[in-house]
Write a protein that binds this ligand. Structure first.
Ligand code: UT7
Length: 360
């Protein structure tokens, strides 16, 4: 049975840098608050006239394709992880296929909706397809554009200051060499906490779960009895009440994240037949520098064993891990043969980890 190896990697971020200070012009916040609570110093936002989630993905993909030294027509499957797709449907995978100019290949394109864990969910999915022999050269992308969907008033500041735009991509190929392969992947979820980090409007739920679980602070007027047709997926009241924004109960997410990261990292290492002492580099999802420092301390890892770039990009959700892995490689922090562990936690809640031996 073949293993999966990363043969190419690339990332792309928009040129427009937005500092913490810039955000103080539109909401009550401060550079000191954002740095202390999150470690973030700046993030990138797209140029709204010519960039989208897919266009960021194209740039990252082209770099990964060039790095792998393959022709884009050789790609036989696209996996696209994002929570900020260009369209509600169709998915971003087909848009990427078109923008790369490979629609004529008629290969399948799969969108992954696992938020911050999306890239590792995508890696695990692609790994199974390569092991089964069904596909041989998979393009896996994580890309996000948050900047067009945030509440930039003081009301939304706990969420808005954190997120940024960016993309990262890898080419995954089959190999017989276990010394440069994905050694293990693990994935988990617990839907009990679905609304704690969510973007619920517009949506088909019609308020059902809000009533069922007695959720507070999500109400929207529906008048379902007199409105059998239309007006449920979205309506004016959602806009009037400014519900069309992400919602996050930060402390609940933080507490669960610092518990689940060490668990899932150890699970993936154990599944790979390795221990924490074998780890060369941990690339955690970049949600909050304080979460990553807490995890590093808990696990007894030194600074050079954990790669963070949230300071420059904020939280780019599904893009954060490939963006960090790509930068770490460019900076010479990942070397051939190194044991690299990727780990993520986020909305759902979902969490996941992967262990690989770097082969590039
Ligand atoms: O990738 C997705 C996964 N997401 C995460 O992992 C996020 C995990 N959670 C966090 O990172 C943190 O909870 C946050 C950074 C989001 C928030 O930090 P916190 O220490 O949990 O702050 P808090 O929400 O408890 O708010 C503390 C105070 C509040 O003011 P009062 O009520 O104490 O007067 C907030 O209104 O800080 C206020 N606040 C802000 N002040 C200045 C919230 N956001 C801001 C802000 N600027 N941007």
């Amino acid at each position: 049975m073949p293993y999966t190896t990363i043969t190419g990697i690339g990332h792309y971020v928009p040129k427009n840098v937005v500092t913490n200070q810039d955000l103080t012009a539109v909401m009550e916040t401060s550079d000191a608050w954002i740095r202390e609570r999150t470690g973030i110093e700046e993030r990138r936002y797209i140029d709204r006239t010519k960039e989208t989630t897919t266009s960021l993905a194209v740039e990252a993909s082209l770099r990964a394709i060039a790095d792998a030294g393959i022709d884009k027509e050789e790609i036989d499957f696209i996996v696209f992880a994002t929570l900020s797709p260009d369209y509600y449907f169709p998915g971003s995978g087909v848009l990427l296929q078109r923008e790369l100019g490979i629609s004529g290949t008629e290969i399948a394109a799969l969108d992954i909706r696992a938020q911050c864990s999306g890239f590792i969910y995508g890696l695990s999915t692609a790994d199974q397809f390569i092991k089964s022999g069904m596909y041989k050269k998979i393009l896996l992308v994580g890309a996000e554009v948050h900047s067009v969907g945030l509440d930039f008033t003081t009301r939304g500041r706990n969420v808005s200051v954190i997120f940024g735009d960016g993309a990262g991509a890898v080419i995954l190929e089959a190999t017989e060499d276990k010394d440069q392969a994905v050694l293990s992947t693990v994935m988990h979820s617990d839907g009990t906490y679905a609304e704690k980090l969510s973007y619920m409007y517009p949506g088909a739920h019609g308020g059902y779960f809000i009533e069922k679980y007695g959720l507070e602070g999500f109400d929207v007027e529906y008048d379902l009895e007199n409105n059998q047709y239309g007006g449920v997926f979205w309506n004016q009241d959602m806009l009037d009440q400014a519900r069309v924004y992400p919602h996050m109960e930060g402390q609940a997410v933080f507490k669960m994240a610092v518990r689940k990261f060490p668990e899932v990292i150890m699970e993936a290492l154990t599944k790979a037949g390795l221990g924490i002492e074998d780890l060369n580099l941990l690339i955690p999802h970049q949600a909050n520098l304080r979460i990553n420092q807490f995890v590093a301390n808990t696990m007894g890892l030194c600074d050079h064993q954990v790669y963070n770039n949230i300071m420059r990009y904020g939280n780019t959700t599904a893009a954060s891990i490939p963006l960090a892995l790509s930068e770490a490689r460019d900076e010479g922090k990942v070397k051939k043969g190194d044991v690299v562990t990727l780990a993520a936690f986020g909305a759902g809640f979902t969490w996941a980890a992967a262990v690989l031996r770097w082969g590039k």
